[in-house]
Ligand binder design. Structure first.
Ligand SMILES: Nc1ncnc2c1ncn2[C@@H]1O[C@H](COP(=O)(O)O)[C@@H](OP(=O)(O)O)[C@H]1O
Ligand SMILES: [Mg+2]
Ligand SMILES: [Mg+2]
Ligand SMILES: [Mg+2]
Length: 400
């Protein structure tokens, strides 16, 4: 019988689970999932193992990113062909998460849709960057304090990064990774997120957002001023049907259930949007806010940290209206989308359709992504249509 081929490696040999030996409390979690996955498991158990390994992989990557952000040197940042920045931390985070998930999942089953690839690193000018990434990955793995901490070669690092080339789609399971979302914020010393999701048959069923610079206290207009109690670094986690939780990355705050703001009067709402004005048309978002009667100033933060912040009530509305021609990628929204949905919110395109993650690496939407609670959504959709009509009349190439 060829049974063993289908078994996860950690199941065949307990010591081969990377995470299991680093935290004794996790051992039982890592041995349970195989039976949970193969038996007809109750809905409450679905994706529990996947959420657990995703949380651990994202925590590991956050550690690497925090270390790099503290001492980022110019030599550690590159410009991609589309002029966007990429750093040693983007590559290191992708390598770590890809490697860790592949270790934990049944052999041959791991499919990853991720933002980065190793093309630039394989060029002559990428050699020193690859050395640094390999060093960072191994230093981070060693911090897990395993006696037999693995050591990855440069080739293994490149291989792990390039596992992210999957096209995703509507069949089977695909992990979706943005190793650093908001690289511009990361380089600026601001907000960024490590964003990992899991698609099953085209639907996002698990999402984890590590936001190492997000205060654990609320940051919206109703934030209580209690600076002594706030720590920095939040990890949001959601799985289908089980709600959304947030905990602190440093372990000082245990996971707590969170929900979006339960607000019905749009004039009392506030909204969040990109920090980078090039990523979203701020004249359109200002017009939408005006139509709704929103008076609070926008909360502008980089990355999917916006989705996390909204899921715990920092903002009641999320608005994103890229300039015409921009194509949204699934890794920029997959984790954030389930974190909002499981916190009771809705994420739609500007026409009111749910986001479809089953079409490959891109989201196939005409214009804009919006999010709020179900009570406010009808008024928001009406305001969006009115604002887009107005833009259209002013001659901007806005798709309606
Ligand atoms: N012109 C543009 N319009 C909209 N989004 C853009 C953009 N250029 C880059 N982005 C995306 O915006 C993401 C950051 O999100 P936000 O605007 O919410 O901070 C970037 O993720 P990366 O930083 O992972 O490349 C990138 O995918
Ligand atoms: Mg990028
Ligand atoms: Mg991104
Ligand atoms: Mg990125």
């Amino acid at each position: 019988m060829q049974f063993a081929l289908a078994l996860p490696r950690f199941f065949l040999s307990p010591s081969s689970s990377f995470f299991a030996s680093s935290a004794s409390s996790s051992i039982s979690l890592f041995r349970r999932p195989f039976s949970a996955k193969c038996a007809t498991s109750p809905a409450a158990m679905a994706y529990e193992h996947e959420l657990s390994i995703a949380t651990k992989a994202v925590s590991l990557a956050c550690r690497l990113c925090q270390k790099v952000q503290k001492g980022l040197l110019a030599a550690e940042t590159q410009e991609k062909s589309d002029k966007s920045p990429v750093t040693v931390a983007d590559y290191g985070s992708q390598a770590l998460i890809s490697w860790a998930l592949n270790e934990e999942l049944p052999q041959g089953t791991f499919s990853l849709v991720a933002e980065e690839d190793s093309e630039e690193l394989k060029q002559d000018q990428g050699a020193s960057m690859l050395d640094r990434i390999t060093q960072l990955v191994n230093e981070t793995l060693a911090l897990e304090k395993r006696i037999d901490a693995p050591f990855l070669s440069k080739e293994q690092v490149l291989l792990a990064i390039d596992r992210g080339r999957s096209e995703g789609g509507s069949v089977g399971r695909h992990w979706v990774l943005d190793p650093i979302d908001g690289t511009r914020g990361f380089v600026r010393g601001d907000q960024y997120a490590v964003a990992l999701g899991l698609l099953d048959q085209g639907e996002v069923v698990v999402g984890v957002l590590g936001c190492p610079n997000l205060p654990t206290n609320l940051i919206g207009p109703e934030a209580l001023v209690s600076p002594t109690e706030s720590s920095i670094g939040c990890l949001f986690a959601a799985r289908k049907g089980a709600g959304t939780t947030v905990k602190s990355i440093d372990g000082s705050i245990q996971p707590q259930k969170i929900s979006v703001r339960n607000l019905e009067d749009p004039s009392l709402a506030n909204f969040c949007e990109s920090y980078e004005s090039a990523h979203s048309m701020q004249n359109v978002t200002a017009e939408i806010a005006k139509i709704l009667g929103v008076v609070s100033p926008p909360l502008r933060i980089d990355s999917q940290a916006k989705y996390g912040a909204m899921a715990r009530g920092d903002a009641a509305i999320y608005l994103r209206f890229p300039h015409p021609g921009y194509r949204e990628k699934i890794w920029d929204h997959a984790a954030g989308c389930i974190i909002i949905k499981e916190a009771g919110g809705l994420v739609l395109d500007a026409a009111g359709n749910p986001l479809d993650f089953s079409k490959g690496r891109y989201l196939d939407i005409a214009s804009g992504i919006i999010s709020t609670n179900p009570q406010l959504m009808p008024a928001l959709l009406a305001a969006v249509q009115a604002a887009l009509q107005k833009e259209h009349h002013h001659g901007e190439r806005v798709h309606l």
